[in-house]
Design a protein around this ligand. Structure first.
Ligand SMILES: C[S@@+](CC[C@H](N)C(=O)[O-])C[C@H]1O[C@@H](n2cnc3c(N)ncnc32)[C@H](O)[C@@H]1O
Length: 236
C-alpha cells in the first residue's frame, strides 16, 4: 500500500538545498522585521532546515520551534522540535510568536479545520506578529509532471485555490506576495524524487502508476530539467 505521509519532501531535494533556503529566508527577512529576539514557529516544519538556517542568520536567542507529525532522525539540531498535530498544538501553548510560518502545509488540513486553526494561530501572535502562509502558485505552476500526476496536481491546486479564497475572504488585512525559485535538476535526481513520492499528489498512486509516470518523465524531459518553483505567500 502507498504511504500516506510525506517523508521525502525535504530529503536532499532542491527544497532542502542551501541556496533555496538562503533565498527563501532572505525573502522572509525582506517582508517581516525579525531579529535575534524573535520567537518563531514553523507549522509542518519537516526536517526543520529553514528554521535552522533562520536561527543562524538571525542569531536567535531562543531556538525556533518546529512542529510536525513526523519526527525525522536527521532533523536540524538548531531547532526545538515537537511532534504534534498542528490542530492540537495551540491547545496547550502559552508562548506568543513574532512569526508563524506555514509553508506548503495548509493544504494538508481539512477545509473545516483551516479557519479554526488560523484563528488560533492569530491568538498566539505578539502584537506585531505575522502569519506567513506559503502555497503552490495555483495559476502558473511549472512543476514537471506526468499525465496522471498533472491531473491529480490540478485537482489539488483547485482545492488550494478554495483554501486561499477562504483565507482571503475571512481576513481583513492581508498582503499577497510571490516567491519564485529557479530549479535546475538532473532528470535522474527528479526521477528519484518522484520514486520517493516527494509531493502529496504522489502519495496515493499505485506502484504501477508511479512506474508508468517515471517512464513518461524519462521520455518527456531532457537530461537537465529547469523550471520555476512558484509559491504564493499570504501574510496575515
Ligand atoms: C509538503 S511538507 C512541507 C515541509 C516544510 N514546511 C517545507 O516547506 O519544506 C508538509 C509537512 O507538513 C507536515 N504535516 C502535515 N499535516 C500536518 C499536521 N496536521 N500537523 C503538523 N504537521 C503536518 C508533514 O508531515 C510534512 O512534513
Amino acid at each position: 500500500m502507498a504511504s500516506t505521509v510525506i517523508k521525502n519532501w525535504d530529503n536532499k531535494t532542491w527544497l532542502s538545498s542551501k541556496d533555496y533556503i538562503k533565498k527563501f529566508n532572505s525573502f522572509l527577512a525582506k517582508n517581516i522585521k525579525i531579529h535575534s529576539k524573535s520567537e518563531i514557529l514553523d507549522i509542518g516544519c519537516g526536517r526543520g532546515k529553514i528554521l535552522g538556517n533562520l536561527s543562524t542568520k538571525l542569531k536567535l536567542k531562543n531556538k525556533p520551534l518546529g512542529i510536525d507529525l513526523i519526527n525525522h532522525n536527521d532533523k536540524d539540531k538548531r531547532i526545538k522540535f515537537k511532534k504534534i498535530n498542528a490542530l492540537n498544538f495551540f491547545l496547550n501553548n502559552k508562548k506568543k510568536f513574532d512569526l508563524i510560518l506555514i509553508k506548503q502545509t495548509i493544504h494538508l488540513l481539512k477545509l473545516s479545520e483551516i479557519k479554526k486553526f488560523l484563528y488560533l494561530s492569530k491568538k498566539n501572535l505578539t502584537p506585531k506578529g505575522k502569519i506567513f502562509i506559503f502555497s503552490l502558485d495555483t495559476n502558473k505552476n511549472e512543476i514537471p509532471t506526468f499525465k496522471l500526476m498533472k491531473r491529480k496536481l490540478s485537482k489539488s491546486l483547485a482545492r488550494d485555490k478554495k483554501i486561499l479564497n477562504l483565507i482571503i475572504r475571512s481576513n481583513i488585512q492581508i498582503t499577497k506576495k510571490k516567491f519564485s525559485y529557479k530549479v535546475k535538476i538532473s532528470k535522474k535526481k527528479y526521477l528519484d524524487m518522484i520514486k520517493n513520492r516527494y509531493i502529496s499528489t504522489l502519495l496515493t498512486l499505485k506502484k504501477k502508476e508511479l512506474l508508468e509516470g517515471l517512464k513518461e518523465i524519462n521520455l518527456k524531459y531532457k537530461k537537465k530539467i529547469e523550471f520555476k518553483d512558484k509559491l504564493i505567500c499570504i501574510i496575515l
